[in-house]
Write a protein that binds this ligand. Structure first.
Ligand SMILES: Cc1cc2nc3c(=O)[nH]c(=O)nc-3n(C[C@H](O)[C@H](O)[C@H](O)COP(=O)(O)O)c2cc1C
Length: 354
């Protein structure tokens, strides 16, 4: 039994946000010296040529990344890379520091292998993140930066929020994600309304003179016609891809006691819907898709890849499975590729599509 499986019952006795803070402190300690970094890499990193994939001008050593929200302030990027993740998406980063919602705001639904969160874009703000990224050595694992607006911003202030965070952090990200799908922020207006989306993309493309890849993160609830409309808008603005999906406000078939908490549900119950959204998008666009929602094993990552995802991310599966998550998924992916006669992840992307 892995060490994490042994300590997990203890960690799960702590309130989830406390456990997360302690976990991040441990990662911060591990990434602070050369010898501990080397030891973590030796124990957890797994490389295989068939796992490497190129998308939007970046080479990803493997397709398994950490989803937005885990390292909102870009504090433990090196440790996550040492644990074998192929990329990390920092954020959501807002222009100024923000407290987020009051606690408790994160809940474990153990019976359902899920979590509910209503963090509400808590974070250190773009200047603190920029300072951390400036001291980051180049050529580390690819970095995505997920950008958002302040909770108090109205519709026109929101445009300026996206513009400022993007322009301030632009040199540091390999790709950027516009997060218009957070179910936990108190919006007075519809963030994913097509007109509002067009205004955001106009502002960002005007600001994007160095051609950084910009992707859009969507929620799992959108019906097919809204997804198709979004694809049209994203293609019209020549954006670079889609991230599907964020958490869900649905609560189907849950058994854990905290299932009635409000917020976004992540983990296993989200898996099939997010894969379905990936498939619908992939059937209607050539744009790269990052699949996220309920991934916790090689098979669940492979299902998203075969449905059309070029890259996959996870958050909840990492909390439940611990530090060996990336290695176990990547080892398993190599076996699945070999079993099915694929030479690389690239060959498996969209293999299930008609
Ligand atoms: C505690 C928590 C915080 C999150 N914060 C963000 C965030 O700031 N921005 C964002 O785009 N997604 C955020 N997410 C959503 C995840 O990036 C991901 O889309 C979702 O959890 C589904 O993946 P999973 O089932 O692997 O957790 C958060 C998720 C959790 C559990």
């Amino acid at each position: 039994m892995s060490l994490y499986r042994q300590v997990r019952p203890l960690a799960f006795k702590l309130p989830p946000e406390t456990a997360h803070t302690i976990g991040k402190r441990i990662l911060g300690g591990l990434q602070s010296t050369g010898p501990t970094r080397a030891a973590v890499r030796w124990r957890y990193q797994y490389r295989h040529p068939s796992l490497s994939i190129d998308r939007f001008g970046t080479t990803f050593p493997n397709p398994i990344g950490v989803a937005a929200g885990f390292d909102k302030n870009a504090e433990v990027l090196r440790a996550l890379s040492d644990l074998g993740f192929g990329f990390v998406e920092a954020g959501t980063v807002t222009p100024y520091p923000q407290e987020g919602n009051s606690r408790p705001r994160l809940f474990r639904l153990r019976n359902d292998e899920a979590m509910i969160n209503r963090m509400g874009f808590n974070g250190d703000g773009m200047e603190a993140v920029r300072r951390r990224l400036e001291s980051r050595p180049p050529s580390e694992t690819p970095l995505g930066i997920n950008i958002g607006k302040m909770n108090t911003s109205d519709e026109s202030e929101a445009l300026e929020d996206y513009r400022r965070v993007f322009s301030r952090l632009r040199p540091h990200g390999d790709y950027f994600v516009v997060n218009v799908s957070c179910p936990n922020t108190p919006d007075e207006f519809d963030e994913d309304d097509p007109e509002h989306l067009r205004s955001i993309f106009e502002v960002l493309t005007a600001e994007n003179d160095r051609g950084k890849p910009i992707l859009v993160k969507i929620g799992p609830e959108s019906p097919t016609e809204s997804l198709l409309e979004l694809v049209d808008i994203v293609e019209a603005f020549d954006l670079d891809g889609l991230v599907a999906t964020n958490t869900t406000t649905r609560r189907d078939d849950l058994t854990s006691s905290d299932r009635t908490e409000w917020g976004g549900l992540s983990g296993k119950p989200l898996e099939s819907r997010s894969t379905e959204v990936v498939r619908t998008l992939a059937e209607n666009t050539e744009l790269p898709i990052i699949g996220v929602g309920g991934v916790d094993s090689a098979q669940s990552a492979y299902d998203k890849i075969k449905a059309g995802a070029s890259l996959v991310q996870l958050y909840t599966g990492f909390v439940y499975n611990g530090p060996s998550t990336a290695r176990e998924i990547n080892e398993g992916l190599v076996e699945l590729l070999q079993r099915d006669g694929f030479d690389s992840i690239e060959d498996a992307v969209g293999a299930d599509l008609a």
